[in-house]
Design a protein around this ligand. Structure first.
Ligand code: GLC
Length: 764
């Protein structure tokens, strides 16, 4: 396709390469990030993910060497050859990522006859081997492990699997060989024996990632439209690559503190009385809870930005009453607008041309919850502005967060045809290009509306997203089922979302579809209390899933883990501060911190919460004992404080025990018992110290406003030495009130230390 490499021209951090049949641009975004751009459809990037204002000027060394052009930053060397082949080297000169020089050898396509025969029994037959207009085929050397790719099903390591990027609402129970789900994050990390790197393919059209399924010799990316536009991201460790990906596409902003509490949801709480009753029970059973979610039934006939007057006497009053008891209300908003003349959202959208149209110019309709519905053209900034303005209706009611669902976009009468006309900012394009960013733009519009009307940090949950959506919204993994394999899958799925720059994520605790069991719910809450978004949600028609629906044992264990979450809230909040600064996830696979430990590279049933805690939950029915693996070092059992060395061991885990291990030298900040965030003013912070050497940075702000971005926050550094010397230092003082004292838990002792901002050093 490219032909011979003829010449190059360097302009600052950008190199134009001319081949016989094609142009290519290689540009440094930063020292550790190189962009490869082949303008096939347009000269522009049209990126929805990358923030080009963050690009830095990089000094490049560019030369011919033999038959190749060498492009060098201080961190990466790219060698470009004929046919557009590129090899990437790291600082040490290791060739980390090499273009495959031979042709792909796809499995032969099946004959039509064979296909028909198989289809007659209901088999779905797909030809994976079909060539794509744009293909990047990279050599596999045999030691590659792949992580990331968003919310895909299956296991942590994506090697040997194939995935597609096409946001899809498929309510069937998700299994390992699902190729598509709700989200498109075309980014993955590669770990090899002597190097790591990331690749981000920034093209919104439907694309394929074949991670060595077709051959042991290569993995490939394929897409049929748009440009070839990808980023090679270097770093010394996986954590560096993730941080660099965060620089490219943005990081999750610190959320409001209450959003990290427990959320209770169900499709659906249909009546005001039901919502009040759920709130009452949560308090009666002393299950700490901050948020109740209202699914589609709160609306009038599923019409967005309306409230059902029959079922809710006075929603505003209800929200205000619940708020007095510490509850925040989050409401669902779908993109589909009911086609109904006289309904103001529909009428305004029609009048202004805000809905997408078919090729003939007629407003396109399909079917979703409200019946025949039309779809806002979110790529159009005017439409986003209008959608933002509509959030006022919710904010005025007292709603504190918005849950964006069905924004793949889902449509019940077949998928929206790819040629339906959509807008991309000022440009006319089609559904094929905008499909995978529909949820992204909807979340962005919602974010801007909430920010404007509510002023606090917006809380949004989205089902569909694209790379970069983390700047606007959290996400959940959609319609899982109450089955054990979905609890198992939740771990690699959430970890891989974190490894895809999307740290604020969760699964429906207990499972959405099908009926949960007391045991499954109990084991799920033990994982859920460590997942960044902690929400119990279930579908209509399934067994009620609120914790009290299953008897005393379940409710007691459930409470224990929700309380644990509230106790660890300051730890989670600190992790979010780190996530904003460094792009690191909250829930992490062990491989992120122990990348050379072969025992964790494929570990699917354990995870880390930050860098200090390892959780080894039970995810099998009937199991009360499990194998735990801890990486080299000194660890403590969180519950018993018993010491554990690295390695494999058996751990008893009766139903009420989720094995949790804390690294020696950890200092975990704890909040006191509470029913909801803000119930108590916290002037004393408890520090739970695990013997050893370590230091910990703790972050504190008002928990809801944007003032932290202007410096209104405190940062404390706590240090523990092996000899028991403990030190507190205020690194940044911008927020009042500071803590007045610290309560130290150390070696079965309790010490209270008053604090007035001065450095403290003492022997514990
Ligand atoms: C979709 C969502 C689910 C929600 C339901 C009704 O299935 O994924 O969470 O409860 O729609 O709104």
């Amino acid at each position: 396709m490219f032909g011979k490499l003829l010449s190059y021209k360097q302009q600052g951090s950008k190199v134009d390469l001319l081949f016989e049949n094609q142009k290519m641009v290689i540009e440094a975004f930063q020292e550790q990030i190189l962009n490869v751009f082949v303008p096939i459809q347009s000269k522009e990037h049209y990126s929805k993910a990358v923030d080009f204002t963050k690009k830095s000027e990089v000094r490049l060394n560019v030369n011919w060497e033999d038959e190749s052009v060498i492009i060098q930053t201080s961190e990466i060397t790219a060698k470009v050859y004929d046919e557009g082949k590129i090899d990437f080297y790291n600082r040490e000169g290791v060739c980390c990522c090499r273009d495959y020089r031979m042709d792909r050898i796809p499995a032969p396509c099946m004959s039509q006859e064979t296909k028909k025969l198989m289809e007659s029994e209901g088999h779905k037959v797909e030809d994976e081997g079909v060539p794509h207009k744009i293909e990047v085929v990279k050599a596999m050397e045999g030691d590659e492990l792949f992580y990331g790719l968003g919310d895909k099903t299956g296991f942590l390591n994506k090697r040997h699997y194939v995935y597609e990027m096409w946001n899809t609402d498929n309510p069937d129970p998700q299994v390992d060989n699902f190729k598509v789900l709700y989200k498109t994050i075309p980014f993955f990390l590669t770990k090899r024996k002597d190097c790591v790197y990331g690749l981000f393919f920034d093209n919104t059209y439907r694309s394929v990632f074949n991670m060595g399924k077709e051959s042991e010799n290569y993995f490939y990316y394929g897409v049929d439209e748009g440009n070839l536009d990808y980023y090679y991201i270097a770093g010394d460790h996986l954590t560096d690559v993730l941080t660099n990906y965060g620089k490219l596409t943005g990081t999750v902003p610190v959320p409001q503190l209450w959003t990290l509490g427990y959320h209770q949801s169900r499709w659906g709480y249909e009546w005001e009385s039901e919502v009040r009753d759920i709130a009452k029970k949560l308090r009666e059973y002393h299950i700490p809870c901050d948020t109740i979610h209202l699914d589609i039934d709160y609306m009038d006939n599923f019409k967005v930005f309306t409230w059902n007057q029959e079922r809710y006497d006075d929603p505003k009053q209800m929200i205000s009453d619940l708020s007095n008891d510490g509850f925040k209300i989050v409401t669902i908003i779908d993109p589909g607008v009911k086609l109904e003349e006289g309904y103001d959202i529909y009428d305004t959208g029609i009048k202004n041309g805000y809905f997408v149209r078919d090729k003939e110019g007629n407003v396109y309709d399909n079917w979703v919850w409200p019946g025949t519905s039309v779809f806002p053209d979110f790529g159009n900034p005017d439409v986003r502005r209008w959608w933002s303005e509509n959030q006022k209706f919710l904010v005025d009611m007292g709603v504190r967060g918005v849950w964006n669902d069905m924004n793949e976009p889902a449509s019940f009468h077949g998928e929206i045809p790819t040629d339906v006309v959509f807008t991309d900012e000022g440009r006319v394009t089609n559904h094929g290009e905008m499909h995978n960013v529909y949820g992204h733009f909807m979340a962005k519009a919602t974010y801007e509306g909430l920010k404007h009307y509510d002023k606090r940090r917006p809380f949004i949950i989205t089902r569909a997203c694209y790379s970069g959506t983390q700047k606007y919204s959290t996400a959940w993994t959609g319609d899982n089922h109450s089955i054990w394999c979905h609890l198992q899958m939740a771990i690699p799925q959430l970890c891989n979302l974190g490894m895809s720059g999307m740290p604020y994520v969760g699964t429906d605790v207990g499972g959405f579809g099908s009926d949960t069991t007391p045991e499954l719910l109990t084991r799920w809450v033990q994982v859920g209390c460590f997942s960044p978004l902690f929400r119990n949600h279930s579908a209509k028609g399934t067994r009620f899933q609120e914790p009290w629906a299953f008897g005393n044992e379940t409710v007691n264990i459930y409470r224990k883990y929700v309380k644990l979450r509230y106790k660890l809230l300051p730890y989670f909040y600190d992790l979010f501060y780190e996530a904003e600064q460094k792009g690191l996830p909250i829930m992490r696979p062990l491989v992120l911190h122990y990348e050379d430990d072969v025992n964790v590279q494929n570990l699917n049933d354990q995870f880390m919460a930050g860098a200090q805690i390892i959780v080894a939950p039970v995810v099998n029915q009937g199991q009360t004992m499990r194998m735990v693996y801890l990486p080299e070092g000194q660890w403590y059992d969180y519950w018993t404080r018993e010491e554990e060395k690295g390695g494999y061991f058996l751990k008893e885990a009766p139903l009420d025990v989720c094995p949790i291990y804390v690294k020696a030298g950890s200092i975990l900040p704890n909040f006191p018992n509470m029913e909801y965030v803000g119930q108590k003013e916290i002037r004393q912070l408890t520090l739970d110290i695990f013997e050893g050497e370590g230091s910990y940075i703790h972050y504190q702000d008002d928990g809801e406003s944007f003032a932290y971005q202007e410096g209104e926050y405190n940062q404390y550094q706590f240090t523990i030495h092996a000899n028991g010397v403990f030190c507190v230092e205020l690194l940044h003082h911008g927020y009042e009130p500071m803590y007045e004292s610290f309560r130290i838990l150390y070696k079965n002792r309790e010490v209270e230390i008053p604090f007035c901002g001065e450095k403290i050093e003492m022997n514990l």
